[in-house]
Design a protein around this ligand. Sequence first.
Ligand SMILES: [Zn+2]
Ligand SMILES: [Zn+2]
Length: 404
Amino acid sequence: MEPKRDYYEVLEVPRDADAKTIKRAFLKKARTLHPDVNDAPDAEERFKEVNEAYTVLSDDQKRANYDRYGDPNGPAGFGSDYVDVSDIFGGGGFGFGDIFDSFFGGMGGRGSGGQAQRTRGRDMGIRLTVTLEEAAAGCTKTVAYTRLAPCEDCGGSGAAEGGQLRTCERCHGTGRVVEVQRTIFGQMQTQGPCPACNGQGQVIDHPCETCGGQGRTPSREKVEVEVPAGVHSGQTLTIEGKGEAGLRGDACGSLVVSVEVAESERFERQGDDLYCTVTVDALQAIVGTTVTVDGILEGERVTVRVPAGCQFGQRVVVEGCGMPRMGMVARGSLVAVVQIETPRDLTASQLDAVSAIVSARGGEGTAEKDLEPEGFSAAAENAAEHFAHERWHAPKNPFKGDRR
Ligand SMILES: [Zn+2]
Ligand SMILES: [Zn+2]
C-alpha cells in the first residue's frame, strides 16, 4: 500500500498555517478536484485525499495528534479517521452542498429547490383540419403523430429485469454539476444538469436495452380526437397524457390539438352565421319566391323566403340554420344573399305581357317583333347588361359588411 502523503503537502499549506488558511486551501483544491467538475481518472482519489487532509487538519485535536505522532488518532490510533466522500455529501454539520452554495453563488442544487431536472413529459402540439360540415356536426378524427411514448419493454420504468435506481455518482444525487472553465478572466463556473443522470440525481444500474434507461421510446401513435360541434378555427382541444412521456414512468405531457376549420365552397362563416348566395330571376324577385338550399348539416334542406320586391344583394336571414353554437343547442343563422338574374328565355307572349306592364307604368315597353332566334330582346339585353354592371360594382364579396 502506497504511503500516505503528508496532509500539509496535500493541501499545500505550511505546517504553521492557521485554520482560515487551511480552509481556503481546501476549498480551492476541492473546487478543481470535485468529481463533478474534474473528469481526470484520478480526480476522485485526489479529492478524497484532499478531503481527508482537511478533515484532520481542521480538527484541533486530530491536527495535534497528527503533528505529534503522525497519526490523527494519537499514538494508539488504528488507521485513519477517514471520512468517505459520500458521508460528507450525506450532510451533517458540514454539508458539501453548503460549501458549493457559498462557493458558486448560492446556485447549488441541494435544498434550494429544483433539485433535479423536471422529468414530466412535455406537451406536444398538433394541427387538425376539419371541413366546415364536420365542424358543424362535430366529428371524431384519428390523428397520427410521433412522440416519445412509454417504453413497452420496461413499462416505462427504464430498468431491465432486476435493475434498480441508485444515486448518481457523478452528481451525488443533486442532479447538477458545476463546469469550471479557465478563461482569460480567470476561472468561470457554470452549473448545469448532470449529463450522467440527465439531472435526475439517480441512475439505473441495469437500464432497459430498448430505451437506454429513459423509460420512453419514439413511437408512432394514433389518437382519436373528439371535435365538438360548432368548433372554431384556432380552438384547441387538450388530450391529457398523450404528449411526450416523462422520464422513467413520470407523467406524460398533454397533446394539444389546434383545430383548423377549412373554408367551404358553399358557405362563408362569420361567427356562428353562415352566408351563402341564392339566385332568383328578376321576375321572381319582383313577386317574391321561395328557394330551397342544402343546409350545412347532412340532408338538411333550408327554405329561404325571398320577399316580393327583393333587391340584388339583399340578405334573407333564416334563423337557427347556421353553425351550432359550441356547447349549446342553439344555432346561428343562415344568411342568404340574393342574386338576381334576368330571364333570357321568355316566350314572345310572356315578353308581350311584361312589355304591357312596362308601358302601363309609363315606359316604352314595346316588345321588338324582329326577335333574334334565341329570343333575345333589346330590353332584356339592356336589363342583363344593367345587372352585369351592378354585379361589377358590387363588393367583391357580397357577404362582408353588416347584415341587412
Ligand atoms: Zn425500456
Ligand atoms: Zn448525476
